[in-house]
Every structure is written in C-alpha cells, then in structure tokens.
Design a protein around this ligand. Structure first.
Ligand code: NAD
Length: 311
C-alpha cells in the first residue's frame, strides 16, 4: 500500500478541523472540503489554537499551514487524495449524497474513513456502489488529542484497506480498537452514556449536586480509568485472587447496585436541571477555563504515558 501523504477532510466542523490539525502536524498535505464560506479563517484560527498542545505531544510541525488547501467542491477535493476522513453532519441522507458524488472520482484503493458517532457502517455503505472502501474510524473529541479510534469493517469491507488505515492512525499515536459487530453508539459512547445516565438519575433524585457528581468521577474512578480500564482495576482490587477475588468480595453488593441503577430521559425538566447545575459550575470556572483545564491535563497525562512507555 502507498504511504499516505495527501488527505482530504470532508466536513471541517468540530471533528474535521481537529483531525486536520493532527494530520497537518504529522507533515501531510490536507485538503479541506466544507461548504461553510468562512471555513478558511475558522480552520486557521483552530490550527493556531492547537499548536502548543501538539508540539508538546511531539509534533514539531504543528500549527504550520503550508500544506493546508481548501476546495469546496467534493469532486475535485478527493481526486488526488490517498485517504479521506469524512466528518460531515451526522445525517444519513447527507452522507449518502456525498458518497455518491465522490465515488466516481476516488483513486483506486483510497480508503474513506467515516467519523460517525452513531450511524451504522452497513447503512452508510449503501451510499457506495462499491462499499468495500468505507470503514468506520470513530474518534473521540478532540481527535488531535484523544488517542482512541474505534474501527470497524464488515463482510463487504476490503480488509487490507482497514489494516492500512489502522496502521496509519497508529503511526499518528492513536490507540485503535476493533468492533467485531455493529452496535448503536459503538463502544466508548455506550460506556460514557451509561455513566451519564446514572449521573442524571443521581441529580434528579437529589442525591448530590451536579458539581459533586462530576467531582466524584474526576477525583475518583475517572483518574484511575485514565490509567487502566475498569476490569483491570477491579482485578487489582481483588488482591492475590485478582478478578475472581474481586467478584467474590464485591460481586454481591455490586449486583444490588446494578439492580438499583436509575433511568433517565433528556426531557425539558432534566435539561433545565442540567443547565442549573452547569450554571453553578461555570459561575466559578467558565467554559474557557474548563476547556483549558481539559486540554492541559490531557496533554500532561499523554506526556506521562509516553514517558512511561519510553522507560
Ligand atoms: N462532536 C463530537 O463530539 C463527535 C465526536 C466523534 C465523532 N463525531 C462525528 O463526526 C461527524 C461530524 O461531527 P461534528 O461534531 O464535527 O459536526 P459539525 O456540525 O461541527 O461539523 C460538520 C461540518 O460538516 C460540514 N458539511 C456539511 N455538509 C457537508 C458536505 N456535504 N460536504 C462537506 N462538508 C459538509 C458543515 O459545514 C460543518 O462544518 C459526525 O458524523 C459526528 O457523529 C462527532
């Protein structure tokens, strides 16, 4: 397979711009295709905002726009591309329309990776006459910082393209995982939505404030989860007997907690409660402060992981 030097980003909103910043930092030529008339200044401002973090993560070319191109016409934007990262709005009809318009103009063997958070690969593939080049590559926001990419192909996928894309993301420092079958929300979104459902239940039941529920995650299990996954942590919690010791000891109470877990609906009343809770949090830490804290701590943590693996 050819090395990937020229990438086209279809849709440069929250996710597409962040992918573009990472691809540019790695020295690739990136073409942005987005109908937004103000996409150029937005992309340039975003690129500048990611420079410090990406340089800290080992990308000395971060923030450089010499290899950045703009082309609002998808047909010409994809013609020279060796890799496509599609990140347009989460609407099946729009994605299908776009796939149909670009398919005749793609070079043979060019993978099209979709960032979709929730649409199924099979339904998305219906936008192609030849579905073999479409793969799932779902990032976590912001993709220029968060390593996870959830990947999937199916029986119609060219598995060599999937492997090619996977090794490309890995070369950028991404941690890829594979879904063995389709499921709404893939893996990580299901996990975080399960936790958030319980956060909302605890808030609505008057157990604690939104701020304290957030703190319970940030200063407790969240800190551990950034180091190890929940099953590995419980294995350590089981002492000499590992995971079976943990299940023996904590399993029975855990079962009663599972049985008692709450439900949630994002109805008007719930949204008002969330807004009220967030107003209290942002009264002392506005969104800019929260964003700065998120990005600074994530970069510090990623540097620590890198140092640990370099040891
Ligand atoms: N926002 C997240 O946290 C997140 C995380 C992971 C994955 N995703 C997925 O990434 C994709 C994009 O999400 P987003 O949050 O960046 O959306 P967004 O609304 O911020 O950006 C979408 C961009 O696509 C552009 N666009 C619309 N139609 C287009 C077309 N035909 N051709 C080219 N560009 C077009 C829009 O102008 C806009 O700039 C979605 O599939 C979403 O599910 C989002």
């Amino acid at each position: 397979m050819k090395t990937i030097e020229r990438i086209t980003i279809l849709g440069a909103g929250t996710i597409g711009m962040s992918w573009a910043a990472l691809f540019l930092a790695s020295g690739r030529t990136v073409t942005i295709c987005d109908p937004d008339e103000s996409i150029e200044p937005k992309m340039l401002a975003f690129l500048a905002s990611t420079k410090t973090a990406l340089i800290s993560l080992g990308w000395p070319n971060a923030g450089c726009n010499k290899k950045l191109r703009f082309d609002a016409n998808p047909v010409t934007a994809v013609q020279q591309a060796q890799f496509i990262q599609e990140s347009i709005a989460e609407r099946l009809d729009l994605k299908h329309q776009l796939y149909q318009s670009i398919e005749p103009h793609l070079a043979p063997g060019t993978p099209v990776a979709t960032s979709t958070s929730g649409l199924g690969l099979t339904e998305l593939q219906r936008g192609f006459k030849d579905p073999s080049r479409l793969i799932l590559a779902h990032p976590f926001n912001p993709p220029h910082l968060i390593p996870l990419v959830e990947m999937m192909g199916n029986q119609d996928t060219d598995t060599s393209l999937l492997a090619h894309a996977e090794s490309f993301y890995t070369s950028l420092g991404k941690q890829t995982i594979r879904l063995e079958r389709e499921i709404p929300g893939h893996i990580a979104n299901r996990l975080q939505s399960a936790l958030w459902r319980e956060c909302i239940y605890l808030l609505k039941s008057g157990v604690a404030s939104l701020e304290d529920i957030d703190k319970a995650v940030t200063y407790g299990p969240g800190l551990r989860w950034a180091a190890l996954g929940p099953s590995s942590l419980f294995h350590l919690g089981g002492g000499d007997k590992g995971i079976s010791g943990f299940c023996e000891h904590i399993g029975p109470p855990m079962q009663t907690w599972w049985d008692d877990l709450g439900d949630a609906q994002l109805d008007a009343e719930t949204i008002a409660l969330l807004e009220e809770g967030m107003a209290k949090i942002t009264a002392h830490s506005n969104s800019e402060t929260l964003r700065h804290r998120r990005d600074t701590l994530i970069v510090d943590f990623l540097q620590s992981i890198k140092n640990l693996s370099d040891d």
